[in-house]
Design a protein around this ligand. Structure first.
Ligand SMILES: Nc1ncnc2c1ncn2[C@@H]1O[C@H](COP(=O)(O)OP(=O)(O)OP(=O)(O)O)[C@@H](O)[C@H]1O
Length: 302
C-alpha cells in the first residue's frame, strides 16, 4: 500500500485555483522529491496532507487512512519539518527533544535513548550550546531530529536545504539519505541538484496538477530519445556549429559540446549530419543522451 495518496484534490484561495484535480501516489520507503516553481502549491499540498488546510474536493490518505481537516489522527504517522522551524532559543538540543517527547507522551527511558540516537544521527550529540546560537544548518538538523522523534512512517520536509550553504545542504541531504528504507521522505525543493543526489522518485507540480512523476532513471530513459549531444575538439568548431541557427539547444563550454533537443530524433540526426558535412566539421562524438533533471523540469514547466 502506498504511504501517501492524493486523489482528485482541488484547493482554491478565493478565485485562485492552486491545486486542480491533483493526483499523486508516494510509495513507501522512497526518498521522494516534490518539485515545482515558486507558488506552484507545494506548501499548500503539504498543509493539506497534515490536515492544516481544508481541501475543496478530493481525498488524501496516509497509509490508507483518510486525512480529515482539523484532526491530527493521521499525523501520528507523520514527522514534519517546516521551511523555517521554530525553537525555544534558551534551550539546549537535548532539553528541547525531551520537552517535545514529553508532550507527545513518550516514556522517560524511551525518550532518553531516542533523543541520544537522533542527536547522534544529525551530528548534534556533542553540542551543548543553546539553540539561540545555532546556525541555520544546525537548526534544520535539530528540526529533523524533532520530526523523527515519534518514529514516523512519513517524513515531510518543506524545502529543507534552500536557505543553506553547500556544506549545510550536503549535511542535510546525507541525513535524509540515511533514512532510506526506514522512513519515507517526501521533500519539496527547487534545488534540482539535491534531487538528483538523493531522490529515487519525483513529482513535478505545475498548473495545479502533477505534470510528471516517476522514478528519475525511468523518466530520463523515456525522454532520452529527444536529446542529441555533439562534442567538438575546440571552441572554434563548437561556435561554428552553433552559429548555424539551431532552435533548441544548450551548450557546455567546458566540454566543447552542444545538446540539441527535438521531438523527432531521427530527423534531427539527419539534419545534424548534413550540417557537419557541409561545414566540414568532424565532431569527437555524436550521441543520444538522457536529459538532465533540469532539462526535464524546463520541458514540463515551459
Ligand atoms: N493562506 C493563503 N491565502 C491566500 N493565498 C495563498 C495562501 N497560501 C498560499 N497562497 C497562494 O497559493 C499559491 C501557492 O502557494 P504555496 O506556498 O503553496 O506555493 P509553493 O509551491 O510552496 O511556493 P514556494 O516554492 O515559493 O514556497 C501562491 O500563489 C500563494 O500566494
Amino acid at each position: 500500500m502506498p504511504i501517501l495518496t492524493l486523489e482528485h484534490v482541488t484547493k482554491r484561495f478565493g478565485r485562485q485555483m492552486v491545486l486542480n484535480d491533483l493526483n499523486l501516489i508516494v510509495p513507501e520507503g522512497r526518498i521522494f522529491g516534490f518539485l515545482g516553481e515558486n507558488g506552484a502549491g507545494k506548501t499548500t499540498t503539504m498543509k493539506l496532507i497534515l490536515g492544516l488546510l481544508r481541501a475543496d474536493q478530493g481525498v488524501i490518505k496516509v497509509n490508507g487512512e483518510p486525512v480529515t481537516f482539523g484532526q491530527t489522527t493521521t499525523n501520528r504517522l507523520i514527522g514534519y519539518l517546516p521551511d523555517v522551524p521554530a525553537f525555544y532559543d534558551y534551550m539546549r538540543p537535548q532539553e528541547y527533544l525531551q520537552l517535545c517527547g514529553e508532550i507527545s507522551g513518550l516514556s522517560k527511558d524511551c525518550l532518553n535513548q531516542r533523543s541520544t540516537e537522533l542527536l547522534t544521527h544529525v551530528g548534534l550529540a556533542n553540542t551543548h550550546q543553546k539553540i539561540g546560537g545555532f546556525s541555520r544548518g544546525m537548526k534544520q538538523r535539530l528540526g529533523i531530529a524533532q520530526a523523527l522523534l515519534n518514529e514516523p512512517r512519513l517524513l515531510i520536509c518543506d524545502e529543507p536545504t534552500s536557505a543553506l550553504d553547500p556544506v549545510g545542504r550536503l549535511e542535510i541531504l546525507d541525513i535524509l539519505q540515511q533514512l532510506k528504507g526506514q522512513t519515507t521522505v517526501f521533500f519539496s525543493t527547487h534545488v534540482l541538484a539535491d534531487v538528483e543526489r538523493i531522490c529515487d522518485e519525483i513529482a513535478i507540480l505545475h498548473a495545479g496538477k502533477i505534470a510528471l512523476t516517476g522514478q528519475i532513471d525511468d523518466l530520463k530513459a523515456k525522454h532520452a530519445t529527444h536529446h542529441l549531444r555533439v562534442k567538438f575538439a575546440t571552441t572554434a568548431e563548437l561556435n561554428q556549429f552553433i552559429s548555424l541557427g539551431w532552435s533548441d539547444f544548450q551548450t557546455d563550454l567546458v566540454s566543447f559540446s552542444v545538446t540539441l533537443t527535438a521531438p523527432d530524433i531521427l530527423k534531427l540526426e539527419m539534419t545534424v549530419m548534413q550540417a557537419l558535412a557541409t561545414q566540414q566539421l568532424t565532431p569527437i562524438s555524436l550521441e543520444r543522451t538522457a536529459p538532465t533533471l533540469e532539462q526535464l523540469f524546463m520541458e514540463v514547466v515551459q
